[in-house]
Design a protein around this ligand. Structure first.
Ligand SMILES: Cc1cc2nc3c(=O)[nH]c(=O)nc-3n(C[C@H](O)[C@H](O)[C@H](O)COP(=O)(O)O)c2cc1C
Length: 365
């Protein structure tokens, strides 16, 4: 029997992956220390347990104090945090793995409780009307402050500094979190971006910040180690609503990404049933494979069979698994040996400590 498509090796712009199974970025809220830094004992062990993945993408790491929006998430902007991440990458590399860090700014999904009462920053002063996961539990979001051009420039600088920090911490690359309703996605959407300056009004202007971030990051790290995450058909979740400009905006962004030699484009299939949403695209990999010339990771509700199929059919090069990776640290071996998967416990997704984090057992040798 020939090797499963998921288990075939892949050359990720020079980084050799032994298989095409990617661990999707997942916030786990275990950086519950005053520095919000990861440690070898917790995050180091957790990611090393999953080093059999072709590629690990870490949980979102905030690029500045402004960027945070969930309790106990790690940062990548202080030297202490960089030191912590250096220990994490060492654990993963020693275990034979490869690891990218996801750089994150939540924008309007944050809450004044994270900012000494100051408003969160966003493209426009529009409340997403969702809830924010604050140190005192879930709270309603507020109307954010529309960013000044100076604040936009500072944010671009924060991504650049964090990219440099990621290289100093020996990551194999970085992923820009431009999906799931967070800051850059808020800029892309005509529903959440009502600006009339250089950063809003047309699809080109709504996407401008993202390309300025790539240009800035290229100055401190190789372009081919930068990955990009997008979730074009996100509707009714994280405060996002699709409109007639949504898919044309993503078509433009993804077309323009061809101007760069990025590590990959990481796409998500719709997180909810969008078949009745007039402006949605229901098949993301199929739509964007012919538009994007580089490597594609696809994500969202995949199992072993669907993962093999999407690669065999040529619609993606790699498949990212989220929840299955929480509870199956030996996911690749389980695919190899056709061993059944362990269910995840969603009650421990965002709780501190080792339970539901380090105690999922391997079932394969
Ligand atoms: C607990 C949890 C935390 C998540 N945190 C992030 C995150 O930090 N960044 C991100 O881009 N996506 C995040 N996601 C989304 C996942 O990366 C993935 O897109 C989603 O789980 C769908 O994939 P799956 O069906 O394989 O689980 C998270 C998902 C879960 C379940």
């Amino acid at each position: 029997m020939s090797k499963q498509a998921l288990l075939q090796s892949f050359d990720l712009n020079g980084l050799q992956l032994p298989n095409r199974v990617v661990m999707a970025p997942m916030t786990r809220s275990r950086a519950n220390n005053p520095e919000n830094m990861p440690t070898a004992e917790l995050q180091g062990k957790y990611y090393a347990q999953r080093a059999g993945a072709g590629l690990i993408i870490t949980e979102g790491a905030q690029v500045s104090p402004h960027a945070v929006g969930y309790i106990n998430t790690p940062g990548i902007y202080t030297q202490e945090q960089v030191k912590g991440w250096k220990e994490v990458t060492k654990e993963v590399h020693d275990a034979g793995g490869r690891i990218f860090i996801q750089l994150w700014h939540v924008g309007r999904i944050s809450h004044p409780d994270f900012h000494n009462g100051e408003l969160p920053l966003a493209p426009s002063a529009i409340n997403p009307e969702v809830q924010s996961f604050t140190p005192d539990g879930l709270k309603d979001t507020v109307t954010p402050k529309a960013m000044s051009v100076e604040e936009i420039k500072q944010t671009i600088q924060d991504f650049k500094t964090s990219a440099k920090n990621a290289m100093d911490a020996s990551f194999d690359g970085v992923e820009i979190h431009s999906s799931n309703g967070y800051l850059f996605h808020q800029f892309f959407s005509a529903t959440s971006n009502h600006r009339s300056d250089a950063y809003g009004g047309t699809k080109e202007k709504r996407a401008k910040i993202l390309f300025e971030v790539i240009e800035a990051m290229k100055e401190v790290m190789p372009e081919n180690k930068i990955g990009m995450r997008l979730n074009p058909s996100l509707h009714g979740i994280f405060g996002m609503t699709m409109d007639e400009e949504t898919i044309p905006t993503f078509d433009y962004i993804i077309g323009k990404l061809n101007d760069y030699d990025l590590a990959y484009l990481h796409l998500s299939e719709p997180f909810s049933d969008v078949s009745d949403i007039p402006y949605a695209e229901t098949e993301i990999a199929k739509r964007y494979r012919p538009i994007y010339n580089g490597n594609i990771i696809i994500n969202g509700g995949f199992d072993q069979e669907k993962g093999n199929k999407v690669i065999e059919e040529g619609d993606a090069d790699m498949v990212a698994y989220g929840k299955p990776y929480v509870s199956n640290p030996d996911l690749v071996k389980r695919f190899e040996q056709n061993v059944s998967l362990t269910d995840w416990d969603k009650d421990t997704f965002y709780t501190p400590g080792k339970k539901g984090f380090l105690d999922y057992e391997k079932k394969t040798a």
